[in-house]
Design a protein around this ligand. Structure first.
Ligand code: OAD
Length: 235
């Protein structure tokens, strides 16, 4: 393609794998020993709030033991040094893009380091444990929960993301299995808008066939190489 002017990037768990954070659909299909539906649905939160809160408390605490990797850092270089329009949309609830320094960033599935009030919708940064029944500072209801978009709930910033995809000329998907909608449908939206589509993933994904170009390998290698190519006009 000609040099891109407007890029939307979607990242998934694979970009954080080399930092030591488990992906969701690895061998055995368990996420840190749990079925995703046992810790990532509104029903699970109602049925066993202690289990769900504890699960995310442990994931939040584990963030102190991991660091951004070469792929996160490469996307920061792109954000900082590239003059075109850019939006980085992550499905990840870790804070590695943030800590690396990405600015034009949206967390569509929420964030471990944030809490949500189930009563009034207030969202605020949060660190440390979050026991069930914690009171919301905004409305005082005992309704604080992890700010994670559970299955069946609407991801954040969908309108802004779809607008960005409809006006991009390159859509890049990094380290995601393409198993979870609506993110898995972004590539079709991009194609519909006439954008070129590129996948960087360890292995072929459920959606690989929908990309113009699918490059296989570790994100820590593929992403810096791709960013170098964009910055030198050789993408
Ligand atoms: P998955 O675990 O489904 O997919 C991770 C993808 O990353 C797989 O295709 C792997 O092959 C690939 N991968 C693994 N290591 C890699 C590496 N070093 N370099 C490049 N790719 C690598 O994770 P997601 O697609 O992110 O939702 O899952 C989507 C959503 O499902 C998550 O956001 C989560 C989960 O339910 C919520 O938490 C709301």
């Amino acid at each position: 393609m000609t040099d891109p002017r407007n890029i939307v990037i979607l990242t998934g768990a694979g970009i954080s794998a080399e930092s030591g954070i488990a992906t969701f659909r690895g061998p055995g299909g368990l996420w840190e020993g749990h079925r995703v539906e046992d810790v990532c649905t509104p029903q699970a939160l109602r049925a066993d709030p202690d289990l769900v809160h504890r699960f995310y408390d442990l994931r939040r605490a584990a963030l102190t033991r991991v660091e951004p990797n070469a792929a996160h850092h490469a996307l920061v270089r792109l954000d900082r040094d590239w003059a075109g329009d850019l939006l980085l949309v992550t499905q990840n609830v870790d804070d590695l893009h943030d800590r690396a320094g990405s600015r034009r960033l949206l967390h569509m599935h929420g964030e471990l380091k944030s809490r949500l009030c189930a009563a009034c919708g207030d969202r605020a940064p949060h660190d440390g444990d979050l026991p069930p029944g914690s009171a919301c500072p905004a409305c005082h209801a005992p309704a604080l929960r992890p700010d994670i978009v559970f299955f069946g709930e609407m991801p954040y910033a969908m309108e802004r993301i779809e607008d960005a995809i409809l006006s991009c000329d390159l859509f890049v998907s990094i380290g995601t299995s393409g198993a979870v909608y609506p993110a898995a449908g972004f590539v079709e939206l991009a194609r519909h808008a006439g954008a070129a589509t590129l996948e960087l993933n360890l292995e072929r994904s459920a959606g690989s066939a929908r990309f113009d170009d699918s490059r296989l390998g570790a994100a820590g290698t593929l992403v810096p190489a791709w960013v170098d190519a964009v910055l030198t006009g050789a993408a």
